[in-house]
Design a protein around this ligand. Structure first.
Ligand code: SF4
Ligand code: SF4
Ligand code: SF4
Length: 268
């Protein structure tokens, strides 16, 4: 039996308690925040310091009251049933457990970042700011595997006020999702995101609007697998150059954030 989440976006009120609970339980530092015209992101994206994040999307249509509505969607690692990060990692640093979480072994990691390139959801974050003084690691949601081992729910689930995120056996959550759709066909679209995408994921979503309207990637039901040896042969020089470019870009961005904070959102 494999654990999973059911995230019902029609119940989510965008409070970001899940985001805060994740930061607190995992001792993750705060990051700069920003507001763009069509979507609020707090902070900019998933990263080594932000393992779950709530997207705010404004949809406009005459069918909505006032011509628009907000949709809130928390995003994190999908804990895929056939994870691309696992297939891409040449040293087995990523592993899908029987219980559900996709976990990472920092002792095995060689820092190649093929997991980042391979993930169809853009999840794994890299500690770019650690520089040469310490070994930068890959970071992402671990489904609170430490809490599960102690018989507790994941922190983000425990702190979701409307129970928009619930936790349980994947089979049972799928049945619950299908029951909700059948009982409320005017509320939900007939699509459980994660039931089949990339071979299925441990994060299952319900929504009132098509998922592509709120930024979820449109993916087939085939698992994404990566031939690591072929990738390494062709991309090692590129990866080395890319590392230098990204590290330099990160430095420039951080410098601008420190010297030109006008673009920051003030009320987060
Ligand atoms: S979402 Fe990405 S990082 Fe998470 S298990 Fe799937 S492939 Fe791996
Ligand atoms: S399961 Fe744990 S690590 Fe993952 S998003 Fe929730 S609180 Fe964060
Ligand atoms: S805690 Fe629950 S309601 Fe609040 S943003 Fe997260 S999923 Fe939505």
């Amino acid at each position: 039996m494999s654990k999973a989440f059911l995230i019902d976006l029609t119940k989510c009120m965008g409070c970001r308690a899940c985001q805060v609970a994740c930061k607190r339980w995992n001792n993750l530092e705060a990051e700069h925040t920003s507001m763009t015209s069509d979507s609020w992101t707090n902070p900019f994206r998933l990263s080594a310091r932000t393992w779950t994040r709530v997207d705010f999307t404004e949809l406009q249509s005459p069918q909505y009251k006032a011509g628009m509505k907000w949709v809130f969607a928390r995003r994190q690692c999908m804990h895929c049933l056939h994870p691309a990060c696992v297939s891409a990692c040449p040293v087995g640093a990523f592993r899908k457990t029987d219980e559900g979480p996709v976990v990472y072994d920092a002792q095995k990691c060689i820092g190649c970042r093929y997991c980042m390139v391979s993930c169809p959801f853009g999840v794994p974050g890299f500690e770019w700011d650690k520089g040469l003084l310490a070994q930068p690691l890959i970071k992402k949601c671990k489904m609170c595997v430490d809490r599960l081992g102690a018989g507790m729910e994941p922190a983000c689930v425990k702190h979701c006020p409307p129970r928009a995120t619930i936790f349980g056996e994947r089979d049972e959550l799928l049945a619950t999702a299908k029951e909700r759709i059948a009982a409320n066909p005017d509320t939900y679209i007939n699509h459980i995101y994660g039931e089949n995408e990339v071979g299925g994921t441990s994060m299952l979503y319900l929504s009132s609007v098509p998922f592509e309207q709120i930024g979820f990637p449109k993916l087939g039901s085939e698992a994404v697998t990566v031939n690591t040896e072929a990738v390494m042969e062709k991309t090692l020089p590129f990866a080395a150059a890319w590392t230098v470019i990204l590290a330099a870009t990160y430095g420039v961005v951080k410098f601008r954030e420190r010297t030109n904070p006008q673009g920051e959102e003030k009320n987060q």
